[in-house]
Design a binder for this molecule. Sequence first.
Ligand code: MN
Length: 232
Amino acid sequence: MPYIFPPPAQAAVPVAGSDTLFPIRRIFCVARNYAAHAREMGHDPEREPPFFFCKPADAVLPVAFGETGRFPYPGVTKNLHYEFELVIALASGGRNLSPAAADACVWGYACGFDMTRRDLQATAKNKGQPWDASKAFDYAAPVSHIVPRGKAPLLASGEIALKVNDTQKQHGDLSDMLWPIPEMLVHLSQLWELKAGDLVFTGTPEGVGAAARGDRMEGRIAGVGSLMLDVI
Ligand code: MN
């Protein structure tokens, strides 16, 4: 049966160093996955299991390594925040995964920003409303190109850091995650059947803050690369 209009283009992110694309199915994000960031947001990191929210697949804004992406400042907000994160890309999935099976689903990595309209999120938290308007807006998921993992063991440590206008703002280590990647995917796979094409934003270290038009953000993750973005 014909579509009444052409179906939207498949959201995709280029694979670094190749002429291939990684097609995006869904974008999951884990909240408060670094103790110091959970504390700066006013939460006790020891007592809360991981929880998740989503962004639409077409919220991705791919940026090549060595290039500077252009992130359009979204409407409505007066307090746009950056959250720099390791992103994992799944090329297989399943439900109720074991840690070993979860590990095997991870095909590659990217650097990403979980951009957040913090003022809208604060209002949503206060009123018990959903987070979509604060987290799932257009272009809310700038990501680098995807770096294939190959046969290497899963990244479990390495520096993650963000500079804004050449000033260090965020800093941590992947080993600081409260829920390391396999354990976090175990939880996620109990809530959704994971599928090839799913991206997972793995949480942000401490030091989140406001971004303004004209800012240049440069995030780096050891073993992955860097992501540069101008807020326009
Ligand atoms: Mn985040």
